[in-house]
Structure formats: C-alpha cells, structure tokens
Design a protein around this ligand. Structure first.
Ligand code: HEM
Length: 123
C-alpha cells in the first residue's frame, strides 16, 4: 500500500530514487555526469529543499534554477526531448513510491516548471 508524500523524509526517498535513475540514464545522464560534473553530495540536499519548499512551503530554497539550466544549455544544448524525458522519469519515480494529493501535486508542478524552463532556456 503506497502512502502520500508526507514530509521531508519522503521527499528524500523520492529525490534519491530519481537521481539514481538519472545517473545511469542513457538520454540525459551525460548532462549530469559529463557536462555539469554534478557534485551529488551538494546537489541532492539542494533538491530536497527545493521540493520541500514547493510541497510544504518551508521557504528554505534560494537557488536560481533558470540560470543554472541556461548555463548548462550553453555548455551542451538542451532539447525538448531532454525535458520531456526528465518529466517522464520524475512521474515514474513518484508513481513507484507514492500516491495521493501531494504525489499528484509534485508531478503537476514538475511538468509546469519543465515547460517554463523549456520556454526560458531553449527558446
Ligand atoms: C533537461 C532536463 C534537465 C536537466 C538535464 C537538468 C540538469 C541539471 C543540472 C546538471 C543541475 C546542476 C547544476 C549545478 O549545480 O551545476 C541542475 C540543477 C537543478 N535543477 Fe535541473 N535539469 C533538468 C530539468 C529540471 C527540471 C524540470 C526541474 C524542476 C522541476 C529542475 C530543477 C533543478 C533545480 C531546482 C536545480 C538546483 C538549482 C540551483 O542550485 O540553484 N531541473 N539541473
């Protein structure tokens, strides 16, 4: 029986599982591993805070995602296919672990942010 996303511990489960998939993903893994050379120990806590703020309004995220992704796009072109794939992996990971209102919300928010990012970053 799946539960809804209830707290930051659940967000950690979701975010860790998502980036486990990303790391070995054939379509977008290289952007993290070879282009951005992501420091996972730093990146994962930023992502916990990002989603914690979105779902539970904690106010503890102060990054600048649009700028980060624009910089990434300058290093190696991001495409609509990349964003659609990111969104698909996110949805799949949420569905693997959770169900409920917050689970629905986190999928919708990701899709909307991905759309906004696509417009701002690759257009
Ligand atoms: C093509 C799809 C995407 C790729 C390849 C990608 C890749 C990356 C990479 C490599 C970073 C690390 C940048 C760095 O710290 O050096 C990053 C940061 C981040 N990404 Fe993405 N991303 C994608 C889509 C998204 C989407 C759709 C969201 C939100 C729903 C998102 C949210 C974030 C956030 C919040 C950060 C941290 C920004 C910060 O530190 O200020 N990303 N992304």
């Amino acid at each position: 029986m799946k539960t809804d996303i209830r707290n930051k511990e659940d967000i950690k489960i979701l975010v860790d599982a998502f980036y486990q998939k990303i790391k070995t993903d054939e379509i977008i893994g290289y952007l993290f591993n070879e282009v951005a050379l992501v420091n996972w120990e730093k990146h994962l806590p930023i992502m916990y805070d990002f989603w914690d703020n979105i779902l539970f309004h904690t106010g503890n995220f102060d990054g600048n995602p649009m700028m980060k992704h624009r910089m990434l796009d300058e290093k190696s072109t991001l495409t609509e296919a990349h964003f659609l794939h990111w969104t698909k992996l996110w949805k799949k990971t949420v569905d693997d672990f959770f169900e409920g209102e917050k689970a629905d919300e986190v999928k919708i928010r990701a899709k909307n942010i991905a759309k906004a990012m696509m417009n701002k970053v690759i257009n």
